[in-house]
Design a protein around this ligand. Structure first.
Ligand code: CMC
Length: 450
């Protein structure tokens, strides 16, 4: 690695500071500011971390300008079109694709952990039937740490491995149970004759009275969706998992935190929001052109869901794969979809519009994933849980990498304080205006309650 040096010039105090630079295997170099405060008394300021590399990672690389995504060096398109989700999971976790025997062993290990402790089913029964499946997943995944005490010592590599296998294996079971509970149908247990993705389809769609016939095309597309969502470098939910894990919290608690962060509509919740948006256009017979104009009018505070990305300033490569799969599925099933037509029209309008061009806003992974999932018969409330199932291996791999990193420290950002200072405490009677009002309010409340 070439050594780099940077000079920071403090013009006010006529001082210069030397900072070390670091070079990755690809992507922007970084300035190492870890001793900046100690050396200069200064902090850096970067809300939203737009220019901050929070860690050194070997897992996923994104070139946002070119629209490139690599998992452990492999282009996402190659993996999405040729690999399987569990093979990609092994790759993300261990750094290389498995040999044939490692693959079989890994798949069998995951199969052995798909069942949940029966007591966990009672957790679901405590939720309202109309609870969002994400709300149930946050609770149930966090609760797993109350069941698997035998492997909670995160300083033990073997415990870490058992926990990661358990979480990866149980996530489809939990997501499918949340779905079944939401529908008011009985839970379906995992069946070891199925692979990871088919098991998820079986648990979601079979009933005790009717087997679910797995359609190979559906199964391939669902597996591809899991692969495409498996990791995405230091996004909000992954950073949440790393931050939670940096305090040495157990992995179940960390993954539950990741699911919470994923739920927001700026992140994983966007796939649900895309369908809501398209359906609103369809149901109200809105003109897509007019809708785009509404989005462009900042006063309306409407965003074109499924468009734009913090890192991609080009077409999201995951969206390209999904667009192709969507077209293949609709052709195969010979279905005409008004939603797909609207989506394509919106995409074309936005890609040719100055507002979107100037801001480099392109379709992201969520733009087509919702339409695809809807065509597979999945209700919108399950879109983000499916994202969570796919992203779990990324969270786990990043968590493991962090714990095993020699430079690992608890995450503790600092701040620029702009609040008040030098205030002196006053007793309540000495506080003005507000306190008089409070007193009257207290008196009135007290009298009313007599
Ligand atoms: N529709 C209209 N305008 C947009 C959009 C959009 N979808 N996205 C960004 N902009 C505008 C924004 O108003 C701002 O304009 P200006 O510079 O005039 O103030 C500019 O583009 C930059 O936006 P930003 O919010 O500063 O960018 P960001 O990097 O902080 O946000 C984002 C990224 C993904 C939150 C945002 O693009 C967005 O809200 N998109 C819609 C939600 C969405 O699809 N999210 C899924 C992300 S991909 C899957 C995942 O990672 O989970």
């Amino acid at each position: 690695m070439n050594k780099k040096r940077f000079t920071l010039i403090d013009n006010d105090n006529k001082k210069e500071y030397q900072l070390d630079g670091m070079e990755g295997s690809i992507g922007p170099d970084v300035i190492n500011i870890s001793s900046l405060y100690k050396d200069t008394g200064l902090f850096t300021y970067d809300p939203g971390f737009t220019s901050t590399a929070a860690c050194n990672s070997k897992i996923t690389y994104i070139d946002g300008e070119k629209g490139v995504l690599l998992y452990r060096g492999y282009p996402i398109e190659q993996l999405a079109n040729n690999s399987s989700f569990l093979e990609v999971s092994y790759l993300l976790m261990h750094g290389e694709l498995p040999s044939q025997s490692d693959k079989v062993e890994f798949e069998n290990t995951i199969k052995n952990h798909t069942l949940l402790n029966e007591q966990i089913t009672h957790f679901f029964r405590g939720f309202r039937r109309d609870a969002h499946p994400m709300a149930m997943m946050i609770g149930v995944v966090g609760a797993l740490s109350a069941f698997y005490h035998d492997s909670l010592n995160i300083e033990d590599a073997n415990h870490r491995m058992i926990s990661t296998h358990r979480i990866l294996a149980k996530m489809p079971t939990i997501a499918a149970m949340a779905f079944k509970y939401h529908l008011g149908e009985p839970f379906m247990y995992p069946l070891n004759k199925y692979d990871y993705t088919d098991n998820f389809l079986h648990m979601s769609f079979a009933t005790p009275t009717k087997e679910y016939e797995i359609n190979p095309l559906f199964s391939k597309i669902m597996d591809q969706i899991f692969i495409l969502h498996a990791d995405h470098e230091q996004n909000a939910s992954t950073s949440t998992v790393r931050t939670a894990g940096s305090s040495l919290a157990n992995p179940y608690a960390c993954i539950s935190a990741g699911i919470s962060s994923l739920w927001g509509k700026s992140h994983g919740g966007a796939n649900e929001a895309v369908i809501d948006m398209i359906q609103e256009i369809k149901n109200n017979d809105l003109n897509p052109k007019k809708f785009i104009e509404e989005v462009k009018n900042k006063k309306n505070k409407i965003r074109l869901m499924g468009f734009g990305h913090r890192v991609y300033k080009n077409y999201d490569p995951r969206a390209k794969v999904l667009k192709k799969s969507t077209e293949e599925l609709f052709k195969e099933l010979k279905i005409k979809s008004k939603e797909l037509e609207i989506a394509k029209e919106i995409e074309e309008l936005a890609l040719n519009d100055e507002y979107f061009k100037e801001k480099n806003l392109y379709p992201n992974v969520d733009f087509y994933s919702g339409i695809l999932l809807k065509a597979l018969g999945i209700p919108t409330s399950m879109f983000t849980p499916i994202f969570a199932v796919g992203r779990t291996i990324g969270w786990l791999s990043q968590w493991k990498e962090m714990i095993e990193d020699q430079e690992f420290k608890i995450s503790r950002p600092r701040q620029l304080y702009s609040g008040e200072i030098d205030k002196n405490y006053k007793k309540v009677m000495e506080r003005e205006k507000k306190s008089m009002f409070n007193l009257l309010w207290l008196k009135k409340t007290f009298l009313n309650n007599q």
